[in-house]
Design a protein around this ligand. Structure first.
Ligand SMILES: O=C(O)C(=O)C[C@H](O)[C@H](O)COP(=O)(O)O
Length: 210
């Protein structure tokens, strides 16, 4: 948590039970994809910085879809964080935790949700004042069982598990008391984006929120 931030991570986590992880390969897909998710009731969007056009996709979505809270995912460095902020990102998510990124992000204007995979990562995050964390990769790291075990020693932490989550298991995560939302790409699948099947993405969003 940082006083510099325009909003706190708790607000980001409260926005939606499901955070779509968006991998955008073609800039022209960015706005239709965002609109398809919003049409399905999703009001938070995470664009991963894994593709060449990701920063421009954030810029385009933040202008064209202002009703959604737009964030950057896969933020690995302070430089990427700065690029995302400049493009209009309102929050940032990283897959892992480094002291460099955690300390830099406290001096920026938007909240960072660091990724953690182990109790040691969680302790580093807590030491740096971060208690809203992404548990990644959730399924590969023990999933619901691991998070249940964490609720004892890591009492202060609220998680957004991501990685391997889908329609078949997301409700089990959301039932945990230390989980507020889940992340996943299942509501924005690559084949639907490639074929411009925006109706399917809207339907998947509605199904996830039902
Ligand atoms: O790019 C990042 O920063 C990540 O952390 C990876 C994503 O969160 C996962 O790829 C989503 O997982 P799936 O829903 O299983 O596709």
């Amino acid at each position: 948590m940082s006083n510099q931030w325009q909003r706190q991570p708790a607000e980001v986590f409260s926005r939606s039970k499901v955070v779509p992880v968006m991998v955008i390969n073609k800039l022209e897909d960015a706005v239709p994809l965002a609109k398809a998710l919003v049409a399905g009731g999703i009001s938070i969007l995470e664009v991963t910085l894994r593709t060449d056009c990701a920063i421009e996709a954030i810029r385009a979505i933040s202008k064209a879809v202002p009703e959604a809270l737009i964030g950057a995912g896969t933020v690995l460095t302070p430089e990427q964080l700065d690029a995302a902020i400049e493009a209009g990102a309102q929050f940032a998510i990283s897959p892992g935790t480094t002291p460099t990124l955690l300390q830099a992000a406290k001096q920026r204007s938007i909240p960072l949700v660091p990724g953690v995979a182990s109790v040691s990562d969680m302790m580093v995050a807590l030491e740096n004042g971060y208690d809203h964390l992404k548990f990644f990769p959730a399924e590969a790291n023990g999933g619901v069982k691991a998070l249940t075990s964490m609720s004892g020693p890591m009492l202060q932490i609220t998680f957004c598990p991501t990685g391997g989550i889908n329609l078949g298991n997301y409700q089990e995560y959301l039932a945990l008391k230390n989980v507020k939302c889940v992340g996943g790409s299942w509501i924005a699948p690559n084949d639907a984006i490639e074929s411009g099947d925006w109706q399917r993405i809207t339907a998947l969003s509605k199904e996830a929120l039902a």
